[in-house]
Design a protein around this ligand. Structure first.
Ligand code: NAD
Length: 265
């Protein structure tokens, strides 16, 4: 049986990280050709080895490329690389950072604010821009762009991370607008809004600090953090034609967290 993404060419940014790697595995299993990109070269090679180990026989291509999403020339070159594959069908703008020095309005240093916006917002814009260019160049009548936002784009975080929260709000807003602007071309744009996950981005930051961890865990109706694979499964749906009428969605995958009124016992 052909995979759910058979014949599609996909780019993933932040492919060496939790959500990106799980998505690369699932996309490969579903028959897509995948270009895994990340700024961290050694981690990217480890991620490639993992995909090859989990999916030893693949119908699509599988390559890596070092890309810093905050540099337009990097994104442009990565998207251009897919010209020889037939152009981009799926762009997963997933790379993002939450800096340890992020904080509230007073605490957040300006350089951390700028760094966060450059990667989390400008990087997503560059990805969208060059994906649209590729889709048009290759005269595609459909395409799916998925941008990783966060549930903090929808609700405030009680523990302040202002630069991060603002960046994810921007991702949500720009994705929504692009979805409307390009709807008649057949190009869909959706935001993925994960809740806190068991990935290095958050878990390294929480470390052994039990109090910090509890402040977050207590909000989950499920009583647990989400797993990266649970986000990746949603990405596969949004990337595939199964979601052909899903556009401009704030696609929330949070175990019900943003709908919950939870009080500590
Ligand atoms: P992760 O830290 O495991 O992965 C992020 C990846 O992005 C890393 O491999 C990192 O090297 C890469 N990256 C960082 N800066 C980059 C740059 N300038 N150019 C290219 N790549 C860069 O984290 P993750 O949880 O897999 O995060 C993926 C996305 O999900 C991020 O946008 C993050 O904000 C979002 N998110 C994560 C959580 C969570 O709890 N983990 C919750 C909500 C949203």
């Amino acid at each position: 049986m052909p995979g759910r993404l058979a014949g599609k060419n996909a780019i993933i940014t932040g492919a060496a990280g939790g959500i990106g790697l799980e998505t690369a595995i699932l996309m490969s299993q579903e028959g897509a050709s995948v270009l895994m990109t990340d700024v961290a070269a050694p981690a990217l090679e480890r991620a490639l080895a993992k995909v090859k180990e989990v999916v030893p026989s693949r119908d699509g291509k599988l390559e890596t490329r070092v890309v810093d999403v905050s540099k337009e020339s990097d994104i442009e070159a990565a998207v251009g690389h897919l010209d020889s594959w037939g152009g981009v069908d799926v762009m997963f703008n997933n790379a993002g950072i939450m800096h340890a020095k992020d904080g509230d309005a007073e605490e957040c240093p300006e350089n951390i604010w700028d760094l966060t916006q450059n990667i989390n917002v400008k990087g997503v814009w560059f990805g969208c821009k060059h994906a649209v260019r590729s889709l048009r160049k290759h005269k595609k009548t459909k395409g799916s762009i998925i941008n990783t936002a966060s549930m903090v784009a929808l609700v405030g975080a009680a523990t302040p991370q202002l630069a991060y929260t603002a960046s994810k709000g921007a991702v949500l807003a720009l994705t929504r607008e692009l979805a409307i602007v390009h709807a008649r071309e057949g190009y869909r744009f959706n935001s993925l809004c994960p809740a806190p996950l068991n990935t290095p981005l958050l878990q390294d930051w929480l470390g052994d600090d039990k109090a910090k961890r509890f402040r977050r865990e207590v909000h989950f109706p499920t009583g647990r953090f989400g797993e990266a694979i649970e986000q990746a499964r949603a990405v596969i749906f949004l990337a595939s034609d199964e979601s052909s009428f899903v556009n401009a969605a704030d696609f929330v995958v949070d175990g019900g967290l943003t709908k919950a009124y939870v009080t500590p016992e």
